[in-house]
Design a protein around this ligand. Structure first.
Ligand SMILES: CC(C)(COP(=O)(O)OP(=O)(O)OC[C@H]1O[C@@H](n2cnc3c(N)ncnc32)[C@H](O)[C@@H]1OP(=O)(O)O)[C@@H](O)C(=O)NCCC(=O)NCCS
Length: 113
């Protein structure tokens, strides 16, 4: 199935890649010079949370990233956001590890196997 209107907008106007389903989406981009795929945002409808939908999106993105020659999945959390604790748990729960922290942003990465 093709992308939703939102998906087409994100791709055309923001130049980002996106995976979607009926319950959410995740946006990402490749950073070829770092062999990295940055997962920028994930959203899952509240009634479908805690059933590994976000993990499924990340798995899907990891396959795309590997096919594109990337070695790392990268995520970030802005420490000042009220949701930052939950975001950190999500990234750790997915097996990401803290890579660095600068300017109030914590960076996470995970090798794509
Ligand atoms: C964050 C979000 C995308 C997680 O989606 P999800 O489909 O519920 O996440 P998953 O079920 O794949 O969770 C994977 C793991 O992350 C951790 N986790 C997920 N949500 C969590 C929460 N609210 N608090 C603590 N840990 C959490 C758990 O370890 C979980 O594994 P488990 O359920 O087996 O313990 C979803 O809650 C959401 O859309 N939130 C609003 C948008 C947002 O904050 N996006 C930023 C994401 S970094």
């Amino acid at each position: 199935m093709g992308l939703s209107l939102f998906g087409q907008y994100i791709r055309e106007r923001e130049g980002k890649l996106i995976v979607e389903s009926e319950v959410g989406f995740a946006t990402y981009m490749f950073w070829p010079d770092q062999k990295a795929c940055y997962i920028e945002d994930i959203f899952v409808l509240p009634e479908f949370r805690r059933s590994h939908q976000a993990s499924l999106f990340a798995d899907q993105i990891a396959i795309e990233a590997k096919n594109a020659g990337m070695q790392w999945l990268v995520g970030s959390v802005k420490a000042t956001l009220p949701s930052s604790t939950a975001s950190v748990k999500v990234l750790l729960g997915y097996g990401m590890q803290v890579d660095s922290a600068e300017n109030g942003v914590i960076w996470f990465k995970k090798e794509i196997v």
